[in-house]
Design a protein around this ligand. Sequence first.
Ligand code: PEP
Length: 265
Amino acid sequence: MSPSTLGRRPLVSGNWKMNLDHLEAIHAARDLGLRLQASDVASVDVSVHPPFTDIRSVQSVLEGEGIPVALGAQNCAIEDSGAFTGEVSPVMLAKLHVEYVLVGHSERRMHFHETDAIVAAKLRAVLRNGMVPVFCVGETVDERDIGLTQERLTAQVGAALTGVPTEAVASMVIAYEPVWAIGTGQAATPEDAQEACAWIRGVVASVSGEEAATTLRIQYGGSVKADNTESLMACPDVDGLLVGGASLDAAGFTEIVRAASRTGR
Ligand code: PEP
């Protein structure tokens, strides 16, 4: 194990996106609970991020059945309450024992026009309510093709983290998700993932200090499957995985968690 990984407990997160109604979600959470063994989660944290309408149901299953999986959300409002029709408050999520909230997922940036400024405000809303942001960054294929990957990552991280207290940054998760790898079946190579995650950690060090940078966890996300998990998790700066499509199947997601825990990180 590289010394730089010491102390960072991996986090494997399942982003269910806009899939599974509340009955299907109850079934999926139970199925996961039946499959995951104590040894699978002895050294790895696991979270699931259902749609808003499923969160209460999934909370009841996870807590009621003692399933060692943390509850996550995919998004939240910037404000805690008020006249924001259709939004879901971070206060409401915290009340349901949501621990992790995705912030700035590329699908939100792309389809719902979330700018770096909006993402920065959401990140603060999550922290203000005692939850952990899983702050998503990543370059598009066009940015990659013209050599702008590092510039884009630097801008995204700088815009979100500038002014956030160091201890809060240390507690966060950043998900490096190259947009071209999401849902395409074309995952980044471990070399590319490592290079980008190490770059992100360097940017965090310059914005928030070395201690925050060595403590915060960085996930890789984009077409993760059981058969590429071990090679991605072997990268010293990859502290976990954000899994979309492959997390919808409890058996497949369990295999990913198991493969991640086999890497001994
Ligand atoms: C995601 O939704 O964050 C994601 C990485 O999706 P997929 O695993 O399907 O590429």
